[in-house]
Ligand binder design. Structure first.
Ligand SMILES: [Zn+2]
Length: 218
């Protein structure tokens, strides 16, 4: 049903790698967890005006859950859909854990100068003229952060198997950036960061799932 269009980009991103591009409206971004249990830190912005960007709290409120999956929108702080999740073979992703940084690794683990998603986000954002002020609470594809009835949260083993993927259909021209998480001090990558694959495709000619606000399952 999805991701049938011509390939625009097909790239392997190694552990601790970063990536960014403008995904045009109607194109689909597929993120594949090649080996399983790999956290993929993700941010996105209106490509025309990046001051409009992903808003974690509103995305969760509209979805009515902290666990995003097929049918949910990735919303901006202006109440507009940046992406729609049109396919998800994993079913468990994180919206609350945020990205790792050298600073938080020092606070949590006493480890100095570690590689981090924050650094990778900065590397990915710099070519687009964005920087520290543009890093907000992010989505972590394939990362598993359950919350218990008592409110306790924790980073536990991801549920993704080798080859699991999410397909994100751009609902406007979106700047998307990725850090392929290098964390080795908690379970977010199963203590073994591995490569992912990113495929951007043109809209399929017979796409049946073009956005309809009337069918918005938020
Ligand atoms: Zn990370």
């Amino acid at each position: 049903m999805t991701a049938e269009g011509a390939i625009v980009e097909d790239r392997i991103i190694p552990a601790d790698g970063h990536w960014g591009r403008v995904v045009r409206r109607g194109q689909t971004l597929r993120i594949i967890d090649l080996e399983g249990k790999q956290a993929v830190d993700f941010l996105c912005y209106n490509a025309e005006d990046p001051s409009e960007r992903y808003n974690a709290a509103d995305t969760m409120k509209y979805a009515g859950t902290i666990f995003l999956t097929t049918g949910h929108g990735i919303y901006s702080d202006m109440g507009r859909r940046l992406f729609t999740i049109v396919e998800d073979t994993c079913g468990r992703h994180d919206t609350i854990g945020g990205c790792c940084s050298a600073e938080s690794n020092e606070v949590r683990y006493g480890a100095k100068d570690t590689p981090s998603c924050r650094q990778n986000f900065l590397r990915a954002l710099t070519p687009f003229g964005l920087g520290k002020k543009d890093i907000v609470a992010n989505v972590n594809w394939f990362m598993n952060v359950p919350v218990g009835p008592d409110g306790k949260m924790g980073i536990v083993d991801g549920q993704s198997k080798a080859g699991d993927y999410v397909d994100l259909r751009a609902d406007m021209d979106v700047l998307a950036v990725i850090s392929n998480c290098p964390q080795t001090r908690n379970r977010c990558n199963g203590f073994n960061p591995t490569s992912i694959r990113v495929i951007v495709r043109e809209r399929a000619l017979a796409a049946e799932s073009w956005p309809s606000e009337k069918e918005d399952p938020r």
